[in-house]
Design a protein around this ligand. Structure first.
Ligand SMILES: NC(=O)c1ccc[n+]([C@@H]2O[C@H](COP(=O)([O-])OP(=O)(O)OC[C@H]3O[C@@H](n4cnc5c(N)ncnc54)[C@H](O)[C@@H]3O)[C@@H](O)[C@H]2O)c1
Ligand SMILES: [Fe+2]
Length: 452
């Protein structure tokens, strides 16, 4: 069985290795796609539709903010009108920890539920996926389910109503949860975890505070960019990524400054879904590898961590992906096709920096400590080099250099410390995990397929 063959690689609870599993799986296996309902009122339409599916009792999984804002009402009204019973579990917290998900499993079983509707951001959607996998595979703990296709039985049906426009979890194969004992994130990967139906309802996103709008929006942008410049990109993921990049550059500033703008909210929701479709097949890169370490160490919100690192990783990757960044610049309306690739690629980098600035995203990570950098870089390189199809490899020392650039100003201003022995060694020798050399600067290659 494939899960046995791959078991050693995937038994690990480390995010990087699990993501390697996800990457390999989604590169070669067919992935189901949910039916997607889009527009104001979509959550009510989802409720009406699934009320016709004959479920006995539905578990709605959400967080207390979403619940208190009244964002469940359209859905629950539709379920009630359709004669479908439901119960609400609204205890989810960001990066839902295992004990909380175990409470959700118990709640599901105690109430005799037979399907789940996730309403919320990535944390609620991923907690729902974990609950679904666990209740269908009662012989396995959540830790045992972490990895690739660890559950024999198909998870119970999940429907998703995202209330942030970022993770794309409504269309992805992964559930990211956290293990407080090991201070690590776990990933459960299974193509059967993709929700059956999703509702992108902009009305549920109008109250999303600007900093969360910004961070989650840049998470979606990072998914699109990393999947587009990575080595597993294919024509389908390119189309999805390009659409997402175009939509985000056109709408994220508006959604940030005018949260009630339904058109901008809807387009951001679509962009996050398209970016999810792209990266669930083409995977991510160093931005995510580093951001995951910031999340693990400092609990930095995922999107914010990505946003801070994105410009620096793009600058590093530039020599290997000039043509690809040029294509992105044109799609983002930052330049014209008639301009040279070098000019366009630089315009894209500048455009990302400006977008961050306009969204109030800092260029440094306030919590970052200089002494943590070697360990953060080592873990990020391990994660990236165990499976992300990055376009230009970096050594641990190069990774440390990038992270050093996001030190808070007061820490950066102090006299530079002598590099620790390990980092100094890495500076002269590629990290063991990365035997591949950094890509040679710019090889001639045809410009990527133009978007339609
Ligand atoms: N499964 C995947 O493919 C995938 C991909 C990327 C990230 N993730 C995971 O998703 C999680 C992050 O998800 P997220 O960025 O959506 O954040 P989140 O779900 O943690 O929510 C962030 C905050 O926003 C609030 N919120 C959500 N919707 C709101 C609304 N409409 N109005 C007001 N407040 C609202 C929540 O209450 C919460 O406090 C992380 O654990 C990350 O690792 C999963
Ligand atoms: Fe992400």
């Amino acid at each position: 069985m494939i899960s046995d063959l791959l078991s050693d690689s995937f038994r690990t609870t480390a995010l990087g290795a699990a993501m390697k599993g996800a990457g390999l799986a989604v590169r070669f296996l067919p992935i189901p796609q949910p039916t997607i309902l889009v527009g104001p009122g979509a959550s009510a339409r989802l409720g009406q539709t699934i009320a016709g599916f004959g479920h006995g009792k539905i578990l709605i999984v959400t967080d207390s903010v979403v619940s208190k804002l009244g964002l469940l009402k359209d859905l629950t009204d539709a379920l009630t009108a359709g004669g479908t019973q439901y119960v609400v579990f609204d205890a989810i917290t960001p990066d839902a920890p295992i004990p909380l998900i175990e409470d959700g499993i118990e709640f599901y079983c105690a109430n005799g539920c037979d399907a789940i509707v996730a309403v919320g951001g990535g944390s609620s959607m991923d907690a729902s996926k974990a609950i679904a996998a666990a209740v269908s595979n009662p012989g396995k703990s959540l830790r045992e389910l972490a990895g690739y296709f660890k559950g024999l039985s198909t998870p119970v049906k999940i429907y998703a109503v995202p209330t942030t426009a970022g993770t794309g979890s409504e269309v992805t194969v992964a559930a990211v949860i956290s293990d407080p004992e090991r201070q690590a994130k776990l990933v459960i990967v299974d193509t059967r975890l993709v929700p059956k139906m999703a509702a992108l309802d902009p009305c549920l996103m109008t109250g999303l505070p600007p900093p969360i709008t910004a961070a989650t929006g840049i998470d979606a942008l990072t998914h699109a960019i990393e999947s587009f410049i990575g080595k597993w990109a294919n024509p389908y993921t390119d189309d999805m990524a390009l659409s997402a990049v175009g939509l985000i550059f056109e709408n994220l500033r508006v959604a940030y400054s005018d949260g009630t703008n339904l058109a901008a909210r809807e387009k951001m929701a679509l962009a996050a879904t398209y970016a999810g479709l792209a990266f669930t097949r083409a995977n991510v890169g160093y931005v995510h590898a580093i951001a995951h370490q910031f999340g693990g160490k400092y609990h930095t919100p995922h999107g914010l961590a990505n946003a801070i690192m994105l410009p620096l990783v793009l600058k590093y990757s530039l020599p290997a992906v000039t043509e690809r960044l040029a294509v992105l610049a044109v799609r983002a309306k930052l330049g014209k096709e008639s301009e040279g690739d070098d000019v366009l690629a630089q315009k894209f980098l500048d455009g990302v920096v400006q977008l961050n600035r306009d969204l109030g995203i800092p260029s440094f990570l306030a919590a970052l400590k200089k002494s943590d950098i070697p360990q953060l870089a080592e873990a990020a390189c391990r994660e990236a080099h165990t499976g992300y199809p990055v376009p230009r490899y970096m050594t641990q020392a190069q990774c440390e250099d990038l992270i050093r650039q996001v030190l808070p100003p007061e820490a950066a201003a102090k006299a530079p410390e002598a590099p620790p022995k390990k980092a100094a060694a890495a500076a002269t020798k590629p990290a063991a995990a990365s035997r591949k050399p950094a890509a040679s600067p710019k090889k001639p290659s045809p410009r990527a397929k133009k978007p339609d």
